[in-house]
Design a protein around this ligand. Structure first.
Ligand code: ADP
Length: 169
């Protein structure tokens, strides 16, 4: 009986720790880099308490982007999107924390910046849907798929921020 109770308590703690490990793939797009908004975007995730576990600057190839955006292949804006996204360097990142995917989307704002609330990244810094400065995964599964598409295993870091116990209860 005691053992069962102990196991239940341990599994509760394991689940709580797991919740805080959700990952989302966030990217500053070429227009965000050109406009000097890399620091601003990273700052918002840091300030919120999310943990940066991967980060790099690169100019993605069209093939890499076509795989990243494979669900949008049939859209009329697809060719323009690939052109825009491959036009210069981006900053690719993985952020980790409780409900990182949902909160990441909320912090980015709506896909169309004209529908993004002020206070969100898109709502504060851009206007056109084709120049919306940032990307964020739209589900936990795509967070995982996109993180693995942009980063190799060794490029994602496991680390414990000193502030964790002041961010999570
Ligand atoms: P999100 O990036 O918010 O997940 P989508 O996956 O629907 O949105 O679209 C991917 C990206 O394609 C958008 O962020 C935007 O840059 C571009 N896009 C979406 N819709 C349009 C559109 N109607 N015209 C031009 N570009 C678009």
């Amino acid at each position: 009986h005691m053992v069962a109770t102990l196991l239940a308590v341990l599994s509760t703690f394991a689940k709580m720790a797991d919740q805080n490990k959700e990952r989302t793939f966030i990217m500053v797009k070429p227009d965000g880099v050109q406009r000097g908004l890399v620091g601003e975007i990273m700052k918002r995730f840091e300030n919120r308490g999310y943990k940066l576990v991967a980060c790099k600057m690169c100019t993605p190839t069209k093939a890499h982007l076509e795989e990243h955006y494979r669900d949008l292949k049939s859209k009329g804006f697809f060719a323009g999107l690939i052109e825009y996204m491959s036009s210069g360097p981006v900053v690719a990142m993985v952020w980790e924390g409780k409900e990182a995917v949902k909160m990441g989307r909320m912090m980015l704002g709506a896909t169309n910046p004209l529908q993004s609330n002020p206070g969100t990244i898109r709502g504060d810094f851009c206007i056109d849907v084709g120049r919306n400065i940032c990307h964020g995964s739209d589900s936990v599964e795509s967070g995982k798929r996109e993180s693995e598409h942009w980063f190799k295993d060794g490029e994602i870091q496991e680390w414990s921020p000193a502030q964790s116990k002041w961010v999570y209860e």
